[in-house]
Design a protein around this ligand. Structure first.
Ligand code: MG
Ligand code: ZN
Length: 383
């Protein structure tokens, strides 16, 4: 007995004897530890080729390389092997596969509680940042419940019903100059105690991120510019929002979703040079999130995409910093999508799983009870 105890002790010291004992790698935080904050970063349309193209156009490096854990998710929706962004984001937000076009609804068109709504209920601070309009499919799926992603004005009303702490993105016209009614949602947000502002009043650089107030800041009247045309707020907004949410959340923690919305649009346009720039723009925001998480040790950062777009390939003849990209389609594709995780509970994101599992993993990481929540179960969709 003594000998075997001694042998085990020696094993621990040498960390290398007895082949069945795996080497334990050092992680920044113990895996049993629960994260206080979650930052979910979505590159819309950012498949592995979009990441590869950006990496090989940036001297072979991205901030994404700093993530210790990678996985893959199956992006298909309830009714199509090729998902759209509405069903894709609803899978992350609610944990259910739904039909393409649906925002925050189950496949039976029943509103599903989103992780942001649940976080809000539990007293966490919450936020959404996008480089599209803030009422576009990806951010909308975390906070709204409508049959069609095109219902932008209804989505804005849904946003005004919540207590989300921070909203940054385009789409001013859906709030203050609406077609479907005469409501001025600026006034309604202000009545609820929000600080409401937009690009026409002040640059985001002079915006005060006052943690005593909720914040709605609209970066454009409709969609913000693409990054080539001069849009440059994503990494700044991410850094300032993280500081803001941390102060605002006190000891409760926060949930923030950050979207690089326009990688997808560059790929629909089969413009891989723009896709590279949009992906690098998101990678800078990822760098901000990682810096925040590394300095705190209490923040789980997850980076993924809803789907690939364009069937992008890196053609033969590609060289470092001179990639020759080529597309197979102007639509989305069905390829597996990479997931990157950093921080407490990051290990749970290794492997291959459904897109809906990202919702379950985030909820479990935050110790949200899911015993009687029907919507947290992945529905057994076809395709
Ligand atoms: Mg999107
Ligand atoms: Zn798309």
């Amino acid at each position: 007995m003594k000998n075997s105890a001694w042998a085990i002790g020696l094993c621990i010291i040498l960390s290398a004897c007895g082949s069945p004992t795996p080497l334990t790698t050092v992680v920044e935080t113990p895996q049993s530890e629960k994260p206080k904050n979650i930052i979910l970063i979505i590159g819309d349309g950012m498949g592995l080729s979009q990441i590869s193209t950006a990496l090989y156009s940036n001297n072979g490096h991205l901030n994404l390389e700093q993530f210790p854990i990678t996985g893959l998710h199956k992006s298909y929706s309830f009714d199509d092997l090729v998902t759209d962004s509405a069903a894709g984001a609803t899978a992350f937000a609610c944990g259910c596969k739904t039909f393409n076009g649906a925002i925050g609804l189950t496949k039976d068109s029943i509103p599903c509680k989103t992780i942001l709504e649940e976080a809000e209920e539990r007293g966490l601070a919450t936020g959404l940042i996008a480089t599209s309009t803030i009422v576009h499919a990806t951010p909308a799926a975390f906070i709204s419940h409508v049959v069609s992603r095109e219902q932008y004005e209804e989505i804005a009303i849904d946003m005004a019903k919540t207590e989300v702490d921070l909203l940054i993105g385009g789409g001013k016209k859906y709030f203050d100059r609406r077609d479907m009614d005469e409501r001025n949602l600026y006034k309604e947000f202000e009545k609820k105690g929000y600080y409401v502002s937009d690009y026409s009043y002040e640059e985001i650089g002079s915006l005060r991120f006052d943690p005593n107030k909720n914040l709605l800041y609209l970066t454009a009247d409709k969609h913000p510019l693409n990054v080539e045309a001069g849009r440059d707020y994503l990494s700044y907004a991410t850094r300032r929002s993280l500081e803001y949410l941390e102060k605002k959340s006190g000891d409760k923690g926060f949930f923030l979703m950050v979207e690089g919305s326009q990688i997808d649009w560059a790929c629909h346009a089969n413009d891989y040079r723009l896709a590279i720039k949009e992906t690098l723009d998101l990678d800078r925001a990822i760098g901000e999130a990682l810096t925040f998480a590394k300095n705190r040790g209490n923040t789980l950062v997850i980076v993924t995409a809803d789907h690939e777009c364009g069937g992008l390939a890196l053609n033969p003849g590609s060289k470092m910093n001179r990639v020759d990209g080529a597309f197979t389609t102007i639509n989305h594709t069905a390829s597996l999508i990479p997931v990157f995780a950093f921080g407490p509970q990051a290990k749970k994101f290794a492997g291959i799983y459904e897109n809906t599992a990202i919702h379950e993993k985030m909820r479990r990481a935050l110790s949200f009870d899911n015993k009687d929540d029907k919507n947290s179960k992945a529905s057994s969709g076809s395709n």
